[in-house]
Design a protein. Structure first.
Length: 337
């Protein structure tokens, strides 16, 4: 069969998928996937870039690129609209998006064409404060300058949920600072904010860099508050940031976590999704662990537990992959119809 001639870059930018007869991937054609990630200072971006590189180096007919985006909420909306084919998001945000609840962007507007691919790693809510700001607990943030996440972001929703168990509102802050998390780290270093919430994997480079240049604390969420949050929002669970994860923070810090996961648009053909899953999490799993610049993947990701915490139905192409690996797929994760 003669290969079709297309401008690959244009197709990738437009999010166009080229399919063979009957919706199956043809050996003479390529499918281009754009993966929505997050800020270049976080862990979504290098995770997406690393996966795209593995896929592109594998010599198969599925190609990918990673795009820096506004992260969880943006990626759910963009995958739902077809602007992106895949994305990385928090599992609580995927739940809100699919069910049309929680985040304002999704209220009464469920995105029912979202499908899950796999869970990736704990998405830890890490609370940074300048040591000179006098903040020892979340309750001490009243009257302070605090970065609370971009408008409509997953971090913003986490802040609202956490503030709720402390009896705080955004209006109680001196300033609720918005924008990207990468810029917020700079503001913390420059003493333009007192504290910030950062929902990201343990060991994020941006936190490491901040701790190297300014004296900071990681603020604890004690067991009582963790229990309240878990009771109201079951997707939150307790986690401990180990001592010496970041420079000059030599003690353990208790906090809460969601999980990072991958989503996909339901119409992406089963063969394409299966090839994506089998290439990255099957044939090249060791390369995934070694080459993707995210320390949480090697520590936490296992195919055997990759559906634990999955909040939405799973794409049939991913179900095929998991069944081949002997992973049981719960009935409520199988799309209906």
């Amino acid at each position: 069969m003669r290969r079709r001639s297309f401008n690959a870059a244009m197709l990738a930018g437009a999010g166009v998928a080229l399919l063979g007869v009957g919706g199956r991937l043809s050996a003479a054609e390529k499918t281009f996937i754009t993966i929505g990630t997050g800020s270049t200072s976080g862990l979504y971006y290098p995770t997406g870039v690393g996966m795209a590189k593995i896929l592109n180096d594998a010599g198969i007919d599925v190609r990918a690129n990673a795009r820096s985006t506004g992260a969880s909420v943006y990626n759910c909306r963009a995958v739902g609209s077809g602007e992106l084919q895949m994305g990385i998001t928090q599992n609580n945000i995927a739940y809100y998006a699919y069910n049309g609840t929680g985040v304002e962007a999704f209220k009464d507007k469920p995105i029912k064409n979202l499908r899950g691919l796999t869970m990736l790693y704990p998405e830890v809510i890490q609370i940074l404060a300048r040591k000179d700001a006098g903040i020892k607990t979340v309750g001490d943030m009243k009257g302070k300058r605090v970065y609370v996440g971009d408008i409509g972001s997953g971090t913003e929703q986490d802040v609202l949920n956490i503030f709720g168990v402390y009896g705080l509102k955004l209006d109680d802050l001196k300033t609720a600072v918005r924008g990207s998390s990468g810029n917020a780290v700079d503001l913390l270093r420059d003493n333009k904010i007192d504290a910030m919430f950062y929902t990201v994997g343990i060991g994020a480079s941006a936190i490491t860099e901040a701790a190297q240049t300014v004296d900071i604390d990681l603020i604890q969420i004690p067991a009582d508050q963790v229990a309240q949050l878990h009771k109201k929002y079951p997707f939150y669970t307790a986690i401990t940031v180990p001592a010496n994860t970041y420079p000059k923070i030599d003690h353990e810090v208790s906090t809460i976590t969601t999980q990072a996961m991958m989503i996909v648009e339901q119409k992406l053909p089963d063969d394409v999704v299966y090839e994506f899953m089998n290439t990255i999490f099957g044939k090249h799993l060791q390369q995934f662990y070694n080459d993707v610049q995210n320390p949480n993947l090697k520590k936490y990701f296992k195919v055997e537990t990759a559906l634990d915490g999955m909040p939405i139905p799973v794409h049939p192409g991913a179900i095929r992959f998991f069944k081949e690996k002997g992973v049981q797929v719960a009935s409520d994760l199988v799309p209906k119809g």
